[in-house]
Design a protein around this ligand. Sequence first.
Ligand code: ZN
Length: 194
Amino acid sequence: MKVTLGPARAGDECLSSNLLVGFVNTRVHGKQAEEQLTDGAAVAKWFQAVDAGDSADATDADAATARELRDALLGILRAHVGCDEGVAMVAESEAHLQRAALRFPVTTVVTAQGCELHPTGTGVDRSFSHLLSAVADLASRGAWRRVKVCKNDTCYTAFFDKTRNSSALYCSTTCSGQMATRAYRERKKECAAR
Ligand SMILES: [Zn+2]
């Protein structure tokens, strides 16, 4: 993955954001009833479809690794919308991703124009390295915090926040509308109870 020639603005979608949002959305959430990374073959198929490494050799153990990596990313994405599951949970996700970074390193390619981060390794390890290089790419452009998970608890879909000030908490106006309606009803109920 080439990363220096990213989008002009941090709020633009790019290969890196699409890869990460797509990867986190392989799990069961409000818009998808079935797990996509069930086994090695499914993992191979998914990474092949997004052109992120040749993971034809992926095993069921690799599928478990993929799901763990996804959970850790999800923990960070939840922190990006201010979900207050506690410092410990974020720290756990961060620790997992640091261990993953040692297993699936990325490498710097320095040129006169800048520095590109490329995935390393072969097979499915390279696919996992693609994910981490995508995070590094977004972070280098100030866009990592824009990768979020919808705060609507019937949705939880990962999305890329394209708002100017990076303030979105929901994946769509449908979700923000649902949450606003719910908050309004709760307030009304509270008033009636008083
Ligand atoms: Zn949503």
